[in-house]
Design a protein around this ligand. Structure first.
Ligand SMILES: [Zn+2]
Ligand SMILES: [Zn+2]
Length: 77
């Protein structure tokens, strides 16, 4: 199938954590203060570290859907 040459390489995405004019700090889980990060097809959930489809990961601000639901329901440990 894919040999890897058709991947998007070096594409930078603006970090979803700093929309609204707040710059990220080096403590940002996503960009570590770079304000942007390199696109990959999947990203690890910041909590459970399972690979998540990029678009979902982006919408959930770095989480998988399960962790996002737990987070917003106040069920995170
Ligand atoms: Zn950031
Ligand atoms: Zn997760």
């Amino acid at each position: 199938m894919s040999q890897g040459n058709d991947r998007v390489v070096g594409m930078k995405i603006e970090c979803p954590n700093h929309e609204g004019g707040f710059d990220c700090t080096p403590f940002c889980d996503i960009c570590e203060g770079e304000q942007e990060y390199e696109y990959t097809e999947t990203r690890p959930c910041m909590y459970c570290e399972i690979p998540v489809d990029h678009d979902i990961w982006f919408e959930e601000l770095g989480m998988c859907v399960d962790c996002s639901h737990k987070y917003y329901n106040g069920e995170m440990d």
